[in-house]
Write a protein that binds this ligand. Structure first.
Ligand code: PAF
Length: 292
C-alpha cells in the first residue's frame, strides 16, 4: 500500500473535512523529509494516538541561515513515501512554496524568551522561520495533536510556547530522541559525516551522559561544563557552539539543579553541525542513561 500524496492546500482541506465528518481525530508530524527512524517513531506514536496521521514534507526556506545549507538539504521524497507506506500513515502533504508562502506573504510568527540563546544565538531568524511554518502547518491541517522529537529540544519548547500563546487547539506531544546503537542521535544531517567523522560523532552523546552524571552528583556547573567542552574538542570535534545547563521548561540558564534541567549542546564536526540534549535530574541516575 502506498501513502496518498497531497500537494495542495485545497486537497488537504477537502480530505481533512471528510475525516472530520467521520468524527476522526487527526495528528500531524511536521518534517522536512529525509526521513529516518526518528521521524518514523514519531509517526508510529501518532498512529497510536490519532485516527488519521498527516506527515508533512516541506523544506522550509525561512528557517535556513544560508542558501548553501538550504541547497544541500537532502530531498528524498520517493524514499520518504516508501518508508511511510508500511506504517499506514494516511497522508503525505508535500506543499510547494506557493501553498505555504503565497505571493505577498508578509507575516512572521516570532517567539521570544525560549528562542533566545542556544541555537537561537547561532542561527539568527531560524526559530522565526520554524514558528511561522509550524503555525501555518497547524492551521492548514487543523490537527488535534502534533508530534515533535526531543532531539530538537529548543524547537520543541518554541513550538509549545507559540501554540499556547496563539491559543492553537493542538496538543504538542514530545517524543524521546532516537539513537544509533552507539548513542549518536539520529539526524538527517548524519549522512554528511565522513566515515572517520562518524566514528567521532557518538562521543558527543558520551560526553553528555558523563556530564549529566557529574551534575546530578552536584559537581560545580561552570567548571564541569568547561571540562566537558574540552572533552568534546579532545574527542575530535572542531568547535563547540554551546554546552549549557538550562531549565527544562522555559530554558532559563541554570547555575544548579534546583529545577528539572536539560543539558544542551551544539558542536561542529567538519562541515556538519550536530546538536543533542539530555535530561538531568539529580534524584535518579536512571534518567541520564540511554537505552542502547
Ligand atoms: O524539525 C524539523 O524538521 C523542522 O524544523 C520542522 C518542525 C518540520 C519545521 O520546518
Amino acid at each position: 500500500m502506498s501513502v496518498p500524496i497531497v500537494r495542495t492546500l485545497a486537497g488537504l482541506r477537502s480530505t481533512v473535512a471528510g475525516w472530520r465528518r467521520e468524527g476522526a481525530t487527526i495528528a500531524v508530524v511536521p518534517t522536512m523529509g529525509a526521513l529516518h527512524e526518528g521521524h518514523l517513531s514519531l509517526v508510529r506514536t501518532a498512529l497510536g494516538r490519532a485516527d488519521r496521521v498527516i506527515v508533512t514534507l516541506f523544506v522550509n526556506p525561512k528557517q535556513f541561515n544560508s542558501a548553501a545549507d538550504l541547497a544541500a538539504y537532502p530531498r528524498t521524497e520517493d524514499d520518504d513515501a516508501a518508508k511511510l507506506a508500511p506504517l499506514g500513515a494516511h497522508m503525505l502533504y508535500v506543499p510547494d512554496a506557493e501553498q505555504i508562502y503565497p505571493q505577498g506573504f508578509a507575516t512572521t510568527v516570532s517567539v521570544t524568551g525560549v528562542s533566545d540563546g542556544l541555537c537561537g544565538a547561532f542561527r539568527p531568524g531560524h526559530f522565526d522561520g520554524v514558528s511561522t511554518v509550524v503555525a501555518k502547518l497547524f492551521l492548514q491541517t487543523g490537527a488535534d495533536m502534533a508530534f515533535f522529537g526531543e532531539k530538537d529540544f529548543q524547537q520543541l519548547q518554541v513550538v509549545r510556547r507559540m501554540a499556547c500563546d496563539l491559543d492553537l487547539s493542538v496538543e504538542i506531544v514530545a517524543c524521546p530522541t532516537v539513537r544509533e546503537a552507539d548513542g549518536l542521535a539520529l539526524s538527517s544531517r548524519n549522512v554528511r559525516l565522513s566515515p572517520s567523522e562518524r566514528v567521532i560523532a557518538p562521543r558527543l552523546a558520551d560526553v553528555l551522559v558523563a556530564t549529566a552524571r557529574r551534575l546530578a552528583n552536584h559537581a560545580p556547573v561552570t567548571a564541569t561544563l568547561d571540562e566537558a567542552k574540552a572533552a568534546i574538542l579532545a574527542a575530535g570535534f572542531d568547535s563547540v557552539e554551546y554546552l549549557e545547563l538550562r531549565a527544562a521548561d522555559d530554558l532559563a540558564p541554570l547555575g544548579g539543579l534546583d529545577r528539572p534541567a536539560r543539558l544542551l549542546v551544539a558542536a561542529w564536526l567538519g562541515d556538519t553541525r550536530l546538536i543533542d540534549n539530555l535530561e538531568v535530574i539529580n534524584s535518579s541516575q536512571e534518567q541520564i542513561t540511554f537505552a542502547a
